[in-house]
Design a protein around this ligand. Sequence first.
Ligand SMILES: Nc1ncnc2c1ncn2[C@@H]1O[C@H](COP(=O)(O)OP(=O)(O)O)[C@@H](O)[C@H]1O
Ligand SMILES: [Mg+2]
Length: 493
Amino acid sequence: MINYNNIDTTIAEPVATSMIETFRAIGYSVETAIADIIDNSITAHAENVWIDYIWDGPETMISITDDGHGMDNKELIQAMRPGSRYPLDDREPDDLGRFGLGLKTASFSQCRKFCVISRKRDCEPVYWTWDLDYVCDHSKSWSLIRYKPDNQNLYKKFNENETGTMVIWWDIDRLTKETSTDNEKSKKKFLEVMDSVKKHLGMVFHRYIDEGLNIIFRDRKVSSWDPFMTGIPGVQIRPETRLANDNVIVQGFILPHHSRLTPKEYNYGKGPKDSWTNHQGFYVYRNKRLLVAGDWLGMFKREHHYDLCRMKIELSNNLDNEWRIDIKKSQAKPPAPYRDVIFSIAKEARALAIEIHKHRGKIIKRTLSKDEFFPFWDEYNRHGKRFYRINRNHPIIKTLLDNAGDLKNKVQNALKFAEETVPIPLIMIRENEEENVHGKPFEGISPDPVVKVMKELFINLIKEGYSPEAAKARIISIEPFDSYPQYLHYLEK
Ligand SMILES: Nc1ncnc2c1ncn2[C@@H]1O[C@H](COP(=O)(O)OP(=O)(O)O)[C@@H](O)[C@H]1O
Ligand SMILES: [Mg+2]
């Protein structure tokens, strides 16, 4: 034991400039940074949060305003301090904060200057600014400046509320450096980022939005995005498993196969990441706030055939340490005692999801048509080994062979050579090297050929005497058209 009573000491304060640069390197995206600011608004019991921006090239400003309870001068100065609260302190169950850092790290990750203005009930507004240039070039210390940007348009919403807080970011170098106000390209890029922020917020705060929180992005309400597609017929909800004295709740959701969704529902399911595959996996919530959105937490690989499986994990806010919730609130790791249980719950849900996926042909056949299913590739056994061949009865191949004339033998030969040289070893190596490495049919290229061939088939089937409904049923039983039910309704146009 060291005796601290008579010991020599010296202060070794962190160097403000280097510490702030360190904050800047934490690795927030604009999306996660704005979400972290909104967490504070929710903790302050805001009913409305307004996000606004004034595009002006390198002078662009972003503001986040809430009508929460606000802060007085002393509280605001404390809020501006890095490490304003002790991370191991117990917090109110609905508090979304933890490290006493979010406001500072999220803001500095995006900008060199930010001002916080706040008003408590029956008090005058107070404001303070962190300015990295002032800290670096003038004070070289942890000093705030009493400054607020003088663009009056910024304060309209703040002034309308009796209480609330507003965070203004400017000198947003990470996003607007080397842009210019009237450059259409940089403006377009900025607007795209803002659009992605909007979608991200609709996902991260979907449960708050559904319970009445208004997030208003430039005068438009952000709509919520529910990963579990609650209310859509055919979603299989697995039973809840409660762990750690009800502080952890795990539940699987198997979403309906694409062929059973309307095009609108199917597109909704693609979510902010615009892909079913990127949205499979665990959704970890801390209180009602989504931390992790669609990730298998290192337990499984992301594979196309698990697209229908989404898992909900709900955590209370006293497990941050155990679950290794990071500063950005975008990561979580199941602690060892629960890992195996969560693994097996997910495994069961995944098995159900793959079952639906595997039998999609049969299901579609049963519900839509009596025709057989036409995969593009068949698997077969030759002398005890597995091989893959192109289905000669697939309508595209059949038409090709029927019309090949003198070339028929040559086409057959080409198909045979393609089948015998499928690069299975390479595919296997790539699969093992990296998650989600392989694209899906027509991913990243225009689906025009799909639509075109679907239309040709449709016209031919109608000529053969099929009714439009029967023709559609047949088309949906052909791979890969079974993955594109959303195009069926264009066929008759
Ligand atoms: N919008 C706000 N309304 C009221 N108080 C706020 C707001 N933003 C920040 N604060 C106060 O500042 C403190 C520090 O916020 P922050 O740096 O995000 O850390 P944390 O959220 O982990 O406490 C909060 O605990 C809260 O007391
Ligand atoms: Mg916070």
